[in-house]
Design a protein around this ligand. Structure first.
Ligand code: HPA
Length: 263
């Protein structure tokens, strides 16, 4: 089973046969919404709208642990994460679709592990996160991306901020110096929780705007929404293409991420 987490617009995927909706209560509370289970490109697929169906959950209030836990409970082994980002490096122009390959985490006070000793039982876990994204899942998305007419970047470093405010000019200047290509608010701790859950995880970002201070004009959510609307179609094509290319069996190390990770 393959999970897709992203905007609510993905429900209306052409050729997506919805079979049922699942509401799941996890040990960490409720996920962002009901999981939508169905069939797409002859694969069993589960969708979850990260910000809720009404888009009313801000990035810092998302229950990342419940979202990832719910996917695992449904038997999801691979998770494709779709999100909007601001473009920092010069190739990251609005409308581009970026297959992420690295992350810098600048978030604050988000519950970022399933193993926090809250019940006094579990050990402390330090997963290897050198490569935050699954190479096998990235390969399928990369091949699909190269085949479409999308303005596509095969790699990029994502810096995750807490939000919900946008950045200052100086912050973006600093992020550029740190090597970040794009800035967003949701990849962390989603990516590391997926690794803790031994779920393969890949991130696809849509550049919706130039990051703060890169252009002279003020940033608006109007431009962000316009780009999202304009790119939904190509993103769906990319996902459908990738679904056909994901191997049936996992050969990557993600499935044993917890081995030799416990103290
Ligand atoms: N900054 C942070 N997150 C974002 C942006 C941005 O400019 N655009 C879309 N998500």
């Amino acid at each position: 089973m393959i999970g897709i987490i992203g905007g609510s617009g993905f429900y209306e995927l052409e050729g997506f046969n919805v079979q049922n909706l699942r509401e799941i209560l996890t040990p960490f509370g409720f996920p962002s919404g009901s999981y939508v289970i169905g069939e797409l490109s002859d694969r069993e697929v589960v969708f979850l709208p990260r910000h809720g169906l009404e888009h009313n959950i801000p990035p810092h209030k998302i229950n990342y642990r419940a979202n990832v836990w719910g996917f695992r409970e449904l038997g999801v082994e691979r998770l494709v994460s779709v999100g909007a980002v601001g473009g920092i490096s010069h190739r990251m122009v609005p409308g581009k679709v970026v297959l992420l390959d690295q992350i810098i985490d600048m978030t604050k006070a988000r519950d970022s592990t399933f193993f926090d000793g809250a019940d006094g039982a579990d050990s402390v876990v330090h997963i290897d996160f050198t490569e935050p994204f699954c190479p096998e899942l990235r390969q399928a998305l990369w091949e699909a991306g190269e085949k479409t007419e999308i303005e596509f970047e095969g790699a990029g470093t994502y810096i995750c901020v807490n939000g919900p405010r946008l950045e200052t000019r100086a912050e973006i200047r600093m992020f550029a110096m740190l090597g970040a290509d794009v800035v967003g608010m949701t990849a962390m701790p989603e990516a590391s929780l997926a690794r803790e859950a031994e779920i393969c995880y890949a991130g696809v970002s849509v550049v919706t705007n130039y990051a703060a201070g890169i252009m002279k004009k003020k940033l608006t959510t109007t431009e962000v929404k316009d780009v999202i609307r304009g790119t939904t179609h190509v993103l769906k094509e990319l996902l459908k293409g990738a679904l056909k290319l994901i191997p049936a069996e996992r050969k990557c190390a993600c499935k044993e991420a917890l081995q030799e990770a416990k103290m």
